[in-house]
Write a protein that binds this ligand. Structure first.
Ligand code: FES
Length: 153
């Protein structure tokens, strides 16, 4: 009986792995990266359906806890996108973001989240193809890594 349960459990686990699809949460600044994502869509550049976008006014608005809690709640990867340095519509928001994301990387490492699950990228409104490439690269990496589990590292 115990052997049968183990075999059934293994079959269920295999089915779960086969059905699993990564979730990539993206915080995109309204003025650049969100517009870059729009351009990719309008230009019919295919990008991975794993992405779920949250539009923020500026990358400087993204708090490290927003990223940490997203992983805690089960996302597999997080992308933060903002204007190129020097182009932030609020002057220095992306510099503040850059500093905070250093803290995020340390927090995630301590929580056992692999490096490839988090990226900070500067993507302008005219860089739809870069947005497409970043999303597709990240989604491929998440598939390679499998589901994220905090505390595994
Ligand atoms: Fe885009 Fe600040 S407005 S990073």
């Amino acid at each position: 009986m115990a052997q049968q349960l183990t075999a059934e459990t293994a079959t269920e686990e295999r089915a779960e792995v086969a059905e699993w699809r990564p979730t990539l949460l993206a915080y995109l600044c309204n003025w650049c990266s969100y517009a870059g994502a729009n351009l990719a869509g309008a230009s019919r550049m295919p990008y991975d359906a794993a992405i779920r976008v949250i539009r923020v006014p500026c990358s400087g608005r993204v708090d490290p806890l927003m990223i940490y809690k997203a992983f805690e709640r089960g996302v597999d990867g997080v992308l933060v996108g903002g204007c190129h340095l020097g182009d932030c519509h609020y002057s220095e928001g992306n510099y503040a973001c850059q500093g905070r994301m250093t803290l995020v990387k340390a927090l995630l490492k301590a929580a056992g989240i692999e490096e490839g699950r988090f990226r900070l990228e500067w993507i302008s409104a005219s860089e739809g193809s870069i947005f497409q490439a970043v999303v597709n690269e990240m989604a491929a990496k998440l598939r390679e890594l499998g589901p994220a589990r905090m505390g595994d590292g």
